[in-house]
Design a protein around this ligand. Structure first.
Ligand code: PLP
Length: 424
């Protein structure tokens, strides 16, 4: 008999399992709103034009070889990634920022981070967002004095597993208020206030998954002040930079506010969504420190985390990203393609909202256009979701989260019919 004969079958991943069920459904009208991956108006995966161009350049360059990257990955990629999330130049104070955001469109103001110039940031290339979170978690479990990490309730389903296996103790802070389908800001402040000094706090940099609910810039400023006053350590998960608003800078503002105050933080970045590089597994972990000396010692320890885990990261995806980020024309073209993806998602929100209003579907559905990023947290319960899957062949996670990126003008009426039937 097999030495593994005693194994019980493990359950499917709750998110990836949605696609497994979808694939088994023979219905021609089936619709997969479970996956967190962008689809075109025709329902097809998208390879960005700039990615194709960068890959062509890489292929044409005969000097390129397939040697191992260093443990920390491609140096040029790491520098460019830190610049992308933290901003390039000088900083303005968060207080001044808050004052002027009251007076003007906040996109017009840029936070610039001095941390990079001062060599206080160490960045290591990791296996997309997930790998960056895991390496950051393992590093903290080994070297940080507080082993408790607070994650929002709810959050991306992989967060608690990543941090538990990294060796941290996971607690939650209130985030979403089902009654308003918005932010439970009071609850969030209370829970962070009563967290032990020094605790780690996981923050979604923008486009909170699964709720699509983000704090306003003024609320971020309050969160920042509270966290700094209690010496809570921010760990940003930035999986959607540029995908939320269509602007890379606007979506990075919360992170830049925390870096502008001179304090320390961690940032996990992913290029899965904003460059459509899902399967290339390209991401980065940056740790912003108080001094260049600390940053270099932190990096030396990160290498000891990475080496026995996977030795060094893959070269292809990081080379694509570096090629795009360092070339002014490719970079500009990328921002245009990125904004087009964000705009299509925003337009899907409006179309779904309009379709429900046209049907007179009971309830207030304004959260569909207020929420931001790839997902809408519909407020549909698990029975309603099961009904929509059974009767309408629409697939989504049981918490009622739908991926707006999986929707098109053609499929909006079908979804609106299903939601209408589910709630009436
Ligand atoms: N963090 C959040 C909030 C996410 O939604 C995702 C992807 O769905 C990730 C991190 C990590 O994704 P990846 O490992 O593909 O970069």
């Amino acid at each position: 008999d097999s030495v593994f004969a005693h194994l019980v079958r493990a359950p499917e991943d709750p998110i990836l399992g949605v696609t497994v069920a979808y694939n088994k459904d023979p219905s021609p009208i089936k619709l997969n709103l479970g996956v967190g991956a962008y689809r075109t108006e025709e329902g097809k995966p998208l390879v960005l034009n700039v990615v194709r161009q960068a890959e062509q350049q890489l292929v044409n360059d005969r000097s390129r070889v397939k040697e191992y990257l260093p443990i920390v990955g491609l140096a040029e990629y790491n520098k460019l990634s830190a610049k992308l999330i933290l901003g390039a130049d000088r900083c303005i104070s968060p207080l001044f920022y808050c004052l002027i955001t009251h007076c003007m469109e906040y996109q017009d103001v840029r936070f610039k981070s001095p941390a990079i110039q001062e060599n206080r940031v160490t960045t290591v290339q990791c296996l997309s967002g997930t790998g960056s979170l895991r390496v950051g978690g393992e590093f903290l479990a080994r070297h940080y004095h507080q082993l408790t990490i607070y994650i929002p309730l709810p959050t991306w389903g992989n967060h608690p597993k990543i941090f538990t296996l990294a060796g941290l103790s996971v607690k939650t802070y209130r985030y979403y208020d089902p009654a308003t389908r918005g932010l439970d800001f009071q609850g969030l402040l209370e829970d962070l206030s009563s967290a032990p000094s020094g605790a780690i706090v996981l923050l979604h940099a923008c486009a909170h998954n699964p709720t699509g609910v983000d704090p306003t810039i003024q609320q971020w400023e309050q969160i920042r002040q509270l966290m700094r006053s209690k010496a809570l350590l921010p760990f940003f998960d930035s999986a959607y930079q540029g995908f939320a608003s269509g602007s890379l800078d606007a979506d990075a503002q919360p992170v830049r506010m925390f870096v502008a105050d001179g304090g320390e933080c961690l940032v996990a970045q992913s290029y899965a969504k904003n460059m459509g590089l899902y399967g290339e597994r390209v991401g980065a972990l940056s740790i912003v420190c108080k001094s260049a000396d600390v940053a270099s010692r932190v990096e030396s320890q990160l290498k000891l985390v990475i080496r026995p885990m996977y030795s060094s990261p893959p070269i292809h995806g990081a080379s694509i990203v570096a090629t795009i980020l360092k070339d002014r024309n490719l970079y500009t073209e990328w921002t245009i393609e990125l904004k087009a993806m964000a705009d299509r998602i925003i337009s899907m929100r409006q179309q779904l909202f309009d379709a429900l209003r046209a049907r007179g579907t009971p309830g207030d559905w304004s959260h569909i256009i207020k929420q931001i990023g790839m997902f809408t947290f519909t407020g549909l319960n698990s029975e309603q979701v099961a009904f929509m899957t059974r009767e309408y062949h629409i697939y989504m996670t049981s918490d009622g989260r739908i991926s707006m990126a999986g929707l098109s003008s053609r499929t909006v009426p079908h979804l609106a019919d299903a939601i209408h039937a589910a709630v009436t």
